[in-house]
Design a protein around this ligand. Structure first.
Ligand SMILES: *[C@@H]1O[C@H](CO)[C@@H](O)[C@H](O)[C@H]1NC(C)=O
Ligand SMILES: *[C@@H]1O[C@H](CO)[C@@H](O)[C@H](O)[C@H]1NC(C)=O
Ligand SMILES: *[C@@H]1O[C@H](CO)[C@@H](O)[C@H](O)[C@H]1NC(C)=O
Ligand SMILES: *[C@@H]1O[C@H](CO)[C@@H](O)[C@H](O)[C@H]1NC(C)=O
Ligand SMILES: *[C@@H]1O[C@H](CO)[C@@H](O)[C@H](O)[C@H]1NC(C)=O
Ligand SMILES: *[C@@H]1O[C@H](CO)[C@@H](O)[C@H](O)[C@H]1NC(C)=O
Length: 481
């Protein structure tokens, strides 16, 4: 064990030899096998729960790229819990199989062992009050970087910015299609999330490319967005010649020592994490039920019209066909149906998660809060206080100062990922640059979602750009559950 501080040697061997892509493709092949098995043995598909029947057809369209559900051959839906138990069994089988074949243990096994290692030191570091784990659950372009700063800025919180980015980059479910991809990766995200909350940051290592050596990496995604990773003692003296892709902003540090980061995580009173890759709240039930975590989920939503407008700028390459359609004046060019389906699927998964959260099932009671970006933008301090109260973490002056400074900044200097803007001025800027026909597409595809969150439909182009027409229903503390 000259290298590994906490990783068992066989686990390291496994990790080093692992070809993640083929591994997960194998996983998925087994998922399919298991489902065929379950279908035959238990006739589970015929017991599709009422809950899932509510899911509108577009989400379950086989061509849709992001449903959070698995589609069976007969277009019946398997509930997530069934999928989940199938996944556990799959792990066990895969492990048995790999033992038979004489190869290394499966990912689940390696994790399980690391969990034991991580569990002990992750006991609450503080005596007086309870350690809290906050998940900021959002989608891209909803202001989650900005809201994440509310937690990043507080000194006693260990904050991670999009750690699941590494998983998305590495894990690819090639076998099967559509829904199976989303469901499979969601389970991996969830397991990784849990380990991260327990300060087992080593769980990320197999997903980081190039893989860390001696738990040292210069390429942790957006390291600079986590204060905790850029302050003493995690910030080790800068070493020349090592290129840091995501370096610390305020100072130069050596490559990230994952062990030091994990230690810092355990030393801090609380943990917060921002993720735009968790699509279904339902998947998080095992985390919400884990007494070690005392989880708090804050779901951040934003007007889907604004989100689309923002995405078309930030991810321009992905929206070429939208732009082509927009610039076509004679109306002959039609928007591809799959683009609309994807938009609708995104909105629906956000709505389904929010509806589940607001319904407050027993496992989620007191653990879910819905926040609209528009409310944060207009009343940042008030919303920050509400979020901290919900999380059960006292808000410090440090955060209040940061909010004051960063919500009343001058207009310029607002880069793509910038959080420094005059937020009450920014939040409905999209209205004045968005073509009405684009707004209309969103309103049609996302109507139910917009109604739930209180985003009013614009009747015509004039009301879209008329400042005295409000497109936002006031919603009070109704949102805090
Ligand atoms: C789904 O894809 C199939 C084959 O690519 C195509 O025939 C069908 O029209 C598509 N359906 C929708 C709703 O896009
Ligand atoms: C699915 O479809 C196949 C063939 O059409 C049929 O034999 C099977 O019983 C169906 N399964 C369910 C659960 O409906
Ligand atoms: C895997 O092997 C163990 C012990 O040999 C056994 O108890 C378990 O049922 C097996 N799992 C599966 C899914 O076959
Ligand atoms: C990383 O930090 C740990 C804990 O302080 C230390 O033992 C280890 O030597 C460091 N690793 C490297 C490569 O410096
Ligand atoms: C920010 O925008 C609001 C609304 O337009 C305006 O009242 C306020 O003066 C602006 N603040 C600064 C510092 O520019
Ligand atoms: C904007 O809306 C207000 C309130 O509905 C209306 O009185 C006003 O005429 C509208 N302005 C324009 C330029 O359409």
């Amino acid at each position: 064990m000259e290298k590994g501080v906490t990783l068992p040697q066989d686990c390291r061997d496994f990790v080093n030899s692992l070809k993640m892509r083929s591994k997960y493709a194998l996983f998925l092949a087994f998922v399919v096998v298991v489902f065929v098995f379950i279908e035959k043995e238990n006739k589970i598909i015929s017991r599709v729960s009422d809950r899932l029947k509510q899911i509108p057809q577009p989400v379950t369209d086989a061509n849709s790229t992001d449903p959070g559900l698995l589609l069976a051959d007969n277009a019946s839906l398997l509930s997530l819990s069934e999928l989940d138990s199938a996944f556990s069994e799959l792990r066990s089988r895969l492990h048995n199989l790999s033992v038979q074949l004489g190869v290394e243990p499966a990912v689940g096994e390696a994790r399980g062992r690391k969990e034991e290692v991580a569990a002990e030191p992750s006991q609450p570091a503080l005596a007086g009050h309870q350690r809290r784990h906050v998940l900021l659950m959002a989608t891209t372009r909803t202001g989650s970087s900005f809201v994440g700063e509310f937690f990043n800025q507080q000194g006693n919180i260990f904050y991670l910015f999009e750690p699941l980015w590494h998983i998305e980059r590495t894990v690819s479910f090639d076998a099967g299609g559509g829904g199976a991809n989303a469901a499979g990766s969601a389970l991996v995200y969830r397991d990784v999330l849990k380990q991260l909350f327990l300060c087992d940051l080593y769980v990320l290592e197999p997903f980081i490319s190039p893989q860390p050596e001696d738990h040292l990496t210069p390429v942790l995604f957006r390291r600079g967005s986590s204060r905790s990773l850029c302050e003493e003692p995690v910030c080790t003296p800068f070493v020349k010649k090592v290129f840091e892709k995501y370096h610390c902003k305020s100072r130069r540090c050596g490559p990230l020592n994952v062990t030091l980061a994990a230690e810092a995580c355990r030393r801090k009173d609380h943990m917060a994490l921002k993720a735009v890759r968790i699509r279904q709240l339902e998947f998080l039930q095992p985390l919400a039920e884990d007494p070690r975590l005392d989880l708090r989920v804050i779901q951040l939503v934003r007007d889907p019209r604004a989100v689309l407008a923002s995405r078309m700028v930030a991810f321009a390459g992905k929206y070429e066909s939208w732009k082509k359609w927009l610039s076509d004046d004679d109306g002959r060019d039609r928007l591809r149906e799959e683009e609309v389906q994807r938009l609708r699927g995104n909105c629906e998964s956000i709505r389904l998660s929010a509806e589940l959260g607001l319904r407050q099932p027993a496992w989620l009671r007191g653990r879910y809060m819905l926040v609209r970006y528009e409310d944060v933008a207009r009343r940042p301090l008030q919303k920050a206080r509400e979020m901290y109260r919900f999380a059960g973490i006292p808000l410090t002056q440090q955060v209040e100062d940061w909010i004051q400074k960063n919500t009343q900044a001058a207009r310029d200097g607002s880069g793509i990922y910038s959080t420094q803007k005059n937020s009450s001025e920014q939040f409905e800027k999209w209205r004045f640059s968005m073509p009405f026909k684009l707004a209309q597409v969103v309103q049609t595809a996302c109507g139910a979602t917009m109604r739930l969150f209180g985003y009013k439909l614009a009747r015509d182009a004039a009301s879209l750009t008329n400042r005295s027409v409000s497109l936002l229903e006031e919603r009070g503390t109704f949102w805090v559950t």
